[in-house]
Each structure stands twice: as structure tokens, then as C-alpha cells.
Design a protein around this ligand. Sequence first.
Ligand SMILES: Cc1cc2nc3c(=O)[nH]c(=O)nc-3n(C[C@H](O)[C@H](O)[C@H](O)COP(=O)(O)O)c2cc1C
Length: 214
Amino acid sequence: MTSTPPGSTPLHVLRLIGSPRGADSESLRLSQQVIEGLAAQAGGRAINLLDYDLNQLAHVDAPYALALGSATASSNGQDGDALCRSDALIDALDAADVLLIATPMHNYTVPSALKAWIDHVVRVRVTFTPTPQGKVGVLRDRPVYVAISSGGLISGESARQPDFLRPYLRVALGTVGLHDLQFFTVEGTARGEDALEEARALAGRAITAFFSLG
Ligand SMILES: Cc1cc2nc3c(=O)[nH]c(=O)nc-3n(C[C@H](O)[C@H](O)[C@H](O)COP(=O)(O)O)c2cc1C
């Protein structure tokens, strides 16, 4: 996005796109503002953005389930399509300095496309280790920004629905070692144009404050 000063390496941002709505997606729009915040925070350092559209991702398959379901079996990318995809997705995550997730709420939680990604990367003996005390993440912690859009409200006293999305992501990503999560939301996208503009402005102010852009 910007030219890199000599001697500085670009900031690698992996953006996962969970909405099926393409360029019309509200969560994608919100994530773009997060990228602007990151760019400002990075100063002259270039942002290397890698977009991954989760809607292209297949679900895990039988060899994958077999490999992960056995207490002893070791698995590798030779064993099946989903294992190959899993290896590649974990490598891409591992290479990122920052993970950015653009996601709508679907039925109180993550859309199935994002759940499919989670099923590929939360992988026993690869990204977490089972111990008697519980699962221990293997990946290096790094900032994770989550840009969420929801038709109704999910925060505050006016919310009339449960939010399993944020708590679930905290646990799922925490399992692999990612604990540094920051959520931004545009809530009430189904409540009319005025409410949407208000929600966008609120989210914009939250991003500005977080990245100290004001
Ligand atoms: C299958 C489906 C399920 C949805 N479930 C919820 C829900 O549980 N709560 C909610 O507030 N909005 C729900 N919505 C509305 C979306 O969260 C809302 O339209 C959001 O702004 C879409 O973001 P996007 O433009 O990034 O796809 C749902 C939409 C779809 C298509």
C-alpha cells in the first residue's frame, strides 16, 4: 500500500473474508477501515495484504476427520485434500504478522465459511497440544482484529439476541495460541439507512480511537 523505507520489512496482514456478499459486504467495508488504521499506525512501513475469501473453502473431509480423531495417528498433507488445505492455511496464518477477520453474524455466531476455516486450523498435534490441563496453543500470539457486522444489535442493553460469535472466536483462536483479539462492530444493519449510518459512524470513531488517529 505504501512504499517500504529501506531496511524495514512489510507488515503481513492476512484478511479472512467471511461474508458471501462480495463487495457489498458491510463487514468487509468495516475491515477496510481497520486496514487504514493499521496503515496509519505502521507509519511508513508497507502493508502486505493477503485476502482469503472463506466462501471458496470446502469443509473438512473423511481422511481429515480420521487423522484428527485418532489419539496417536500423525497426519500430514499427503493423507487427503483437507489435510493439504489445512497445512496451507496454517502456513498462511503462521506467516502473518496480523490476522484480520471480516465477518457477518449468522444465526448468533460465525458464518459456516469461517467455521470451516477454524476446522482446518484448530488442529490437534499441529496448532495445539492436548495436555491433562487442557489444550495448549502452539502458534505465536499476534494481534487479531475482527470486523463484525450484524443485522440486529449485539452489544449493550438494547441487544435482544445472544452473541456466541465473539466468545466463540475467543475460545477457538485462543486454543491455537491467539489471545490478542480486538473486536469492531457495525450493528443493526437491518434497522434502516439512518441507523446504519449511525452504526458506521460509531464504528469509525472506535477504530479512530483504537489506532489513535484522531
Ligand atoms: C444466514 C444469515 C443469518 C443471519 N443471522 C443473523 C443473526 O443471528 N443476528 C443478526 O443480528 N443478524 C443476522 N444476519 C444478518 C447479517 O448479520 C447482516 O445482514 C450483516 O450486516 C451482514 O454482513 P455482510 O454484509 O458482511 O455479509 C444474518 C444473515 C444471514 C444471511
